[in-house]
Design a protein around this ligand. Structure first.
Ligand SMILES: CC(=O)N[C@H]1[C@@H](OP(=O)(O)OP(=O)(O)OC[C@H]2O[C@@H](n3ccc(=O)[nH]c3=O)[C@H](O)[C@@H]2O)O[C@H](CO)[C@@H](O)[C@@H]1O
Ligand SMILES: C=C(OP(=O)(O)O)C(=O)O
Length: 422
């Protein structure tokens, strides 16, 4: 199992290129199951989650080739069953449900387990697919969906207790592309990854309007075709490096970003006293640590609000920002596992009921720490960049789920970081 050793205290500077989005790639890869023709997807990040999705597609019978960021999928003859062995390692495997149901008229998909960031039910996914006419049963830990006479367009509201659902919107949108008639999704998630999936589906011949707004309309078509698609840049990877620059940066430039996807993160960093400058076309930005960092408050919200996937990283920044900052997670109120590890590095954080109150200390000190989930591990890496001494971050497989070559990118910026294979 790999661990990362971060020798703190070296300023970072220079330029790196942001990879394609993990969270856009996963549903797009699943959507290739909707056609028997060739799909070519470019800028798929080389991270373990996209590798799992490739394994899932292969286990379902698709022919998949992967070469330097490009994945070619031909799902000519596929099975309708994704069992627990295949899906258990990644929650996002739930997004094969919509495509399999639409293509095969039936699917059996193992329910994903719980998750350290909180309870993650799929009731809205199932309710949405039932709204399109599927019958659903839970049998032996699997969701069994069937629609022998095909799916029928309908109006589906996807608002849950915590607001819209991203992968739930993806699942219903994918299934509705091959349903008879018109589907209207209300309370749809507006995340850029949903828009990228809709762009991919439209390139396959789907008729989707309104993606990126709370109301998405899908006119069903009889068949989808193959296409070529470039995945959008990963706004969470970009945000993570923006925070790294605010912590330890003497001018860090991020290339191949989309400035419009980074508004909430940029506002939060500027409020905390750091400088963010975009180039004229908005595909690169440079971040400098401010001379007078200030405490701030962030509240996670569905897009375009501040993303929950950037909450842990900002907590790491606030850990050494003078004054008292506050972080509230309204989407995953239990997503504060990183705080216990940051406290082991000397942070002053009180967590209660979905909220962390963080009193900035002058400097953190290195400690052996344990990554608990993807973004928590990113937060520990960030905290270690300015901590006194060498921090060992264990269970690196969490970070490898979603950050492409993070050690190499940090090294390219001058950080003293080493991956140790045990
Ligand atoms: C692979 C991927 O893209 N993952 C992202 C996606 O996860 P994912 O799509 O799984 O997250 P959701 O948007 O569905 O979750 C939002 C909220 O709705 C609740 N909920 C969700 C589904 C459901 O059927 N019932 C229900 O109650 C969840 O528990 C949570 O409180 O969006 C999350 C919220 O931006 C991000 O943190 C994840 O990184
Ligand atoms: C929580 C995340 O991913 P997943 O939904 O796949 O767990 C994430 O990308 O931060």
């Amino acid at each position: 199992m790999d661990k990362l050793i971060v020798h703190g205290g070296t300023p970072i500077h220079g330029a790196i290129t942001i990879s394609g989005s993990k969270n856009a790639s996963l549903p797009i890869l699943a959507a290739t199951l909707l056609t028997d023709e060739d799909c070519v997807i470019r800028r798929v990040p080389d991270v373990s989650d996209t590798n799992y999705m490739v394994q899932i597609l292969t286990a379902l019978g698709a022919d998949v080739e992967r070469f330097s960021g490009t994945v070619r999928v031909t799902a000519a003859d596929i099975s309708d069953t994704a069992d627990y062995e295949i899906v258990r390692r990644m929650r996002a495997s739930v997004c094969v449900m919509g495509p399999l149901l639409a293509r095969k008229g039936r699917c059996v998909v193992a329910l994903p387990g719980g998750c350290v960031i909180g309870d993650r039910p799929v009731d809205l996914h199932v309710r949405g697919l039932e709204g399109l006419g599927a019958k659903a049963e839970i049998e032996g830990g699997n969701v069994v969906l069937s629609a022998p006479d095909g799916l029928k367009g309908a109006t589906i509201d996807l608002c849950g207790p915590m607001g819209p659902t991203v992968l739930g919107t993806d699942n219903v949108m994918m299934a509705a592309t091959l349903a008879e008639g018109i589907t209207t999704i209300t309370s749809a998630a507006c995340e850029p990854e949903v828009v990228d999936l809709a762009d991919f589906l439209n390139a396959m011949g789907a008729k989707i309007r309104g993606a990126g707004t709370p109301v998405i309309t899908i006119e069903g078509v009889a068949k989808l075709k193959g296409c070529v698609h470039n995945v959008i840049p990963d706004r969470i990877e970009a945000g993570t490096f923006m925070v790294a620059a605010a912590l330890a940066g003497e001018g860090v430039t991020l290339r191949r970003i989309r400035h419009e996807h980074l508004t909430a993160i940029t506002q939060a960093l500027r409020k905390a006293g750091h400088q963010v400058h975009f180039n004229d076309v908005g595909d690169a930005c440079t971040v400098h640590r401010g001379d007078n960092p200030m405490p701030a408050e962030i509240v996670t919200e569905p897009y375009p609000g501040y993303p929950t996937d950037m909450q842990a990283q900002m907590s790491a920044l606030f850990a050494t920002t003078p004054g008292t900052s506050m972080v509230v997670d309204t989407i995953f109120p239990q997503r504060f596992m990183h705080c216990a590890e940051l406290k082991r590095m000397g942070a002053d954080i009180q967590v209660s009921e979905g909220k962390a109150v963080i009193k900035g200390v002058e400097q953190l000190s290195a400690a052996p720490v344990m990554a608990s989930d993807l973004r928590a591990s990113a937060a520990l890496v960030l905290a270690a960049l300015t901590a006194k001494g060498s921090t060992e971050i264990r269970r690196l497989y969490h970070i490898d789920r979603g950050y492409e070559h993070i050690d190499e990118k940090l090294q390219a910026l001058g950080a003293h970081v080493e991956r140790v294979r045990e």
